[in-house]
Design a binder for this molecule. Structure first.
Ligand code: M6R
Length: 604
């Protein structure tokens, strides 16, 4: 949720920190602040976006500092509660991502010892706890303090009396070290430091680190030094730029032909006529997959629902898809089941919790994620990367497409392993997959009509999305995308369910977006559209280029290329993303940073 960056090197720390915070703003953006050590701790913080902070910030001299962008959990959004938080003697500054569950008890205890508090944050408690434990060595004080803390945290601390180091610690919140030449970094997210280095060291839960200019040291939970190897990240800094697009979201929608190629590369082999994953994944998909549980949140949950249709269709294996937050506490954990966690960030607290519970019960776990080295990849038996590059827009677009495509490949692979898909059928799928990137490019190149539709929708108070089969979760995702970024109320429904209740909400001014594909659901969808029209709303249909009939039933039609067979879910989702984007753009909404949302939800 919150973003963290620390810098110790030879550059102006304030400039590095602001650059990093701009990259992290998508994690949370209600307030932000930095602290630079220039003999004393110099702090500047403010509410609002980083651009506001940048405009007003005094120029600090100093080559070491920490910065934070906040998504409030404890305490209102104001300057006092923004990070960094200071100890009461102003000698220790701390930034923090996470929630300290026992902060009230700790605060009372510190108050009884005479410590005065200014903010409502749990972070100020950490700063004062470190001050209380400080006896001339910051890492020792941080170590003693984290032993008292219960909850999730990624923290970075600096001390006026030791101006040559930053101390970091993590538990259930992401924190990485960026390694440079005569400069080192600490960050919650690779994108914050990608401009300066792509050499990283991942911290694990319970670990601590000391960031000096020319050295980084990692300690385990017993404060024993660890020998940790750096890893190279193959994300490109340019991938985290807008490249001329007005918003990251639009850029990321247009990235999708490449995203598709990235997902298929090395996994779909026309020569071998096979779907290939790494050995760990192949083993998991081979051995007795009798049932599958999918756990995920938000858009990733809808990926799971899309996958359920494909896996059940191609493999005859039952699939249960659950919200991570529900599965974690209530889901049936059958140890013969394969549990697939889907998470773009690899850091969503609910999904990590669900995966840990699954592991505890003896289930095998597979993760589909976009982030190398993320916590999800480290707590599961195997993982598949969606290889989409950084996604900055809070609304997931290209990573959703990559997830549903990876999961489609998993469905094919299990189908082959279970002899439900023969070589001929697999080869047809492979040939179709090879066309996919071109098809999506075509959709993007011919998307002008979507602007007219967006114009029609922009003043609606409520919009329904309907579909059947695999188009039902697409309807859910289309509606989520629209409500997230345009603030228009939108709901996705299984078309057959309308008559069981939602019809009561339909009026002439409730546009309905109907996803219609030329398959076994076609006739039923036409019936549903008829039922809707009888109640007055305008129907916008997303349909196959070859579908002439649809013009008779829908008021407007957006086309996708024909002959996509099983893969129509990909061009359809791109169309739904574009509808949401253009409606939000026409309403002048904050598209990349919608209100009250954060890209990665690292607290429960
Ligand atoms: O990183 P994750 O995929 O685990 O995140 C899950 C959800 O928070 C995420 O998909 C959210 O719903 C997106 N903002 C949707 O656009």
């Amino acid at each position: 949720m919150c973003g963290i960056i620390g810098y110790n090197g030879f550059r102006d720390a304030d400039k590095v920190l602001i650059k990093g915070l701009k990259r992290l703003e998508y994690r949370g953006y209600d307030s932000a602040g930095i602290c630079v050590i220039d003999k004393k701790l110099k702090i500047y913080k403010d509410t609002g976006e980083i651009s506001k902070l940048e405009k007003n910030i005094p120029s600090f001299k100093g080559d070491i500092g920490i910065g934070h962008t906040r998504w409030a959990t404890h305490g209102a959004v104001n300057k006092i509660n923004a990070h960094p938080q200071l100890s009461d003697d102003k000698k220790i500054a701390v930034i923090h991502n996470g929630i300290i569950e026992n902060f009230k008890i700790l605060k009372e205890d510190l108050k009884n010892k005479g410590i005065k508090f200014k903010s409502q944050t749990d972070t100020e408690v950490i700063a004062n706890l470190i001050k209380y434990n400080y006896k001339g060595n910051l890492e020792n004080a941080v170590y003693s303090s984290i032993k008292k803390i219960k909850g999730s945290y990624a923290i970075a601390a600096v001390c006026e009396d030791e101006p040559d180091k930053i101390v970091g610690a993590r538990n259930e919140s992401p924190l990485i070290i960026g390694v440079g030449d005569n400069e080192n970094f600490l960050a919650s997210d690779i994108t914050a430091i990608l401009k300066f280095t792509n050499r990283v060291i991942y911290l694990n839960d319970g670990e601590m680190c000391v960031i000096a200019k020319d050295e980084v040291t990692v300690f385990d939970e017993k404060k024993k030094k660890l020998d940790r190897q750096e890893q190279m990240i193959n994300w490109n800094f340019k991938d985290a730029e807008k490249s001329g697009f007005p918003h990251f979201m639009l850029k990321e929608i247009y990235d999708q032909p490449d995203t598709i190629n990235q997902v298929l590369r090395g996994r779909v082999s026309e020569i071998n006529r096979n779907i290939e994953f790494n050995e760990n994944v192949e083993d998991l998909l081979k051995n007795g997959v009798d049932s599958i549980n999918i756990v995920a949140c938000g858009t990733s949950y809808y990926s799971g629902l899309v996958a359920k249709y494909h896996i059940e269709q191609f493999t005859k294996t039952p699939v249960i898809v659950e919200f991570s937050s529900e599965y974690r506490y209530f889901g049936t954990k059958n140890k013969n089941s394969l549990v697939i966690g889907i998470t773009q960030s690899g850091e969503t607290a609910d999904t990590l919790g669900a995966l840990r519970e699954a592991k505890k019960s003896g289930c095998r776990t597979l993760v589909v994620t976009n982030v190398t080295g993320s916590t999800a990849t480290r707590i599961s038996d195997a993982y598949i990367l969606t290889q989409s590059g950084p996604e900055i827009g809070v609304a997931a677009t290209k990573t959703f497409t990559a997830q549903i495509l990876v999961l489609f490949l998993i469905a094919l692979k299990i189908g082959v392993n279970k002899n439900e898909i023969g070589p001929g059928e697999l080869y047809k799928h492979i040939l179709d997959l090879k066309e996919l990137s071109r098809i999506v490019r075509e959709v993007l190149e011919n998307s002008n009509k979507i602007l007219d539709i967006a114009y029609l929708l922009k003043n609606a108070k409520s919009i329904f999305y309907i579909g059947r089969g695999v188009n039902y979760p697409l309807a859910l995702e289309g509606a989520l995308k629209l409500k997230e970024i345009s603030y228009i109320h939108a709901e996705g429904f299984a078309a057959g369910e309308l008559k069981h209740g939602p019809f009561a909400l339909l009026t002439k001014i409730t546009p309905v977006i109907a996803i219609v594909t030329k398959d076994s659901t076609y006739d039923k969808m036409i019936t549903s559209i008829g039922e809707v029209k009888a109640r007055g709303p305008q129907v916008i249909s997303i349909a196959d280029e070859d579908d002439i009939e649809i013009e008779k039933y829908a008021d407007f039609v957006i086309r996708f290329p024909s002959n996509t067979r099983h893969l129509s879910f990909i061009p359809i989702i791109v169309i739904l993303q574009l509808i949401a984007y253009h409606v939000a753009d026409m309403k002048h909404c904050s598209i990349d940073k919608p209100r009250n949302l954060a890209k990665s939800v690292t607290v429960e």
